[in-house]
Design a protein around this ligand. Structure first.
Ligand code: TRP
Ligand code: SF4
Length: 348
């Protein structure tokens, strides 16, 4: 097939800019993979991607004890690299290394009506409803403003996020708009994007969460994974193998949708609804799919870990690239806002 001119590969400068990030929560679980990493892997092929470790955001609730931050960052980086985030294709960096984020956070704060931050779901939940006094901080109230700074800093077109983060990207849109109305085209208005993967539950049937101890981690061995998959909560109607099940009521089915090759889905469905397979048989199919997908990841992770500081070098290089972009943005912002340039020269 002869490619039409419009199908010609775009030059790097025409590629869409994508930014996403995650607080350093440590080892990544299958929920992180389905909800974020799988999409990021696809996107790094076609977009100019920035993937950020949001360590300042982690401080909003960890400010009293930051001792786990370094190890959580290391574990997260090992997983990101092991699954295939590629520093040759994407810029992988750490928020706190790019001080420009703090500067933009401050400037955006001037434009931020209190109502905009006060209506954030997590603020309303933790501070207003649950009255958790330690969360009643200026920093936590400003969470969406800092996130806006992260996004606008790189002039991102697209921000892939989980459903719960959409409101933050909408705040970024509002704030960008507000600045642009006064000062011209300062910021690109970012678009959020949510993936279509189902939200995976923990193996006890509750929301997957580190604190519940119900997560399956990417870095677990095949045997450890099976120990968790084997006891996964399934459709409660299936008391014995003879009871027909409904995959829609079973979180194992959601895992199949993400990890098991499409061509086995009909077979799974029939064997469940027709009461032909026991749940263990069904879970073995999942286990096989997980092993196929993650065995190479486990190997790459072990190899990376053996190389000691390799993950750190990736960050150093990513930080360098991110910083160069961030500085450009901030010089432009200063100029548009009639502030002095960062070298102290008058912009007028
Ligand atoms: N708030 C996000 C999380 O909890 C992390 C994050 C920080 C982020 N800045 C971002 C995500 C910018 C997308 C874009 O995981
Ligand atoms: Fe769930 Fe599979 Fe059991 Fe059906 S057979 S209830 S899909 S684990």
């Amino acid at each position: 097939m002869t490619p039409s001119p419009s199908a010609a590969p775009e030059s790097p400068t025409e590629r869409k800019i994508l930014l996403s990030g995650s607080r350093p929560t440590g080892r990544q679980h299958l929920g992180n993979y389905a909800g974020a990493l799988a999409q990021w892997l696809d996107m790094q092929e076609e977009c100019d991607c920035f993937f950020m470790i949001a360590d300042w955001h982690a401080l909003t609730n960890a400010y009293n004890d930051t001792s786990e931050l370094p190890e959580n960052t290391r574990q997260q980086m090992l997983d990101w690299l092991a699954v295939g985030l590629d520093p040759e294709k994407a810029t992988i960096f750490i928020q706190s290394a790019i001080k420009e984020h703090a500067e933009l956070n401050l400037l955006l704060g001037m434009f931020t009506p209190l109502g905009l931050v006060e209506r954030t779901t997590s603020w309303k939940d933790l501070v207003i409803e649950q009255r958790i006094e330690e969360m009643r901080t200026y920093g936590f109230l400003g969470y969406p403003v800092l996130q806006t700074a992260d996004i606008l800093m790189y002039q991102a077109h697209v921000v892939p996020v989980g459903r719960d983060q959409v409101e933050h990207v909408e705040k970024a849109q509002d704030l960008a708009q507000k600045v642009n109305v006064r000062y011209g085209e300062v910021f690109r208005i970012p678009q959020w994007r949510i993936g279509n993967a189902p939200v995976l539950l923990g193996n006890d049937g509750r929301k997957m969460s580190k604190s519940y101890g119900n997560c399956i981690y990417l870095s677990e061995t095949s045997a450890e994974t099976w120990d968790k998959v084997r006891v996964m909560v399934t459709d409660p109607a299936r008391v014995t193998k003879k009871d027909p099940g409904n995959p829609e009521k079973c979180s194992v089915w959601d895992y199949h949708k993400v990890f098991t090759p499409q061509d086995r889905h009909a077979e799974i469905w029939e064997n469940c609804t027709g009461a032909k397979w026991g749940c263990i048989q069904c879970k073995k199919v999942l286990q096989e799919a997980l092993d196929t997908k993650f065995e190479p990841v486990r190997e790459r992770r072990a190899a990376l870990e053996a190389k000691g500081d390799e993950w750190r070098n990736v960050l150093v290089e990513g930080n360098r690239k991110a910083r160069a972009r961030a500085r450009q943005t901030m010089e432009n912002v200063r100029e548009k806002l009639n502030l002095f340039a960062s070298d102290g020269s008058d912009n007028s």
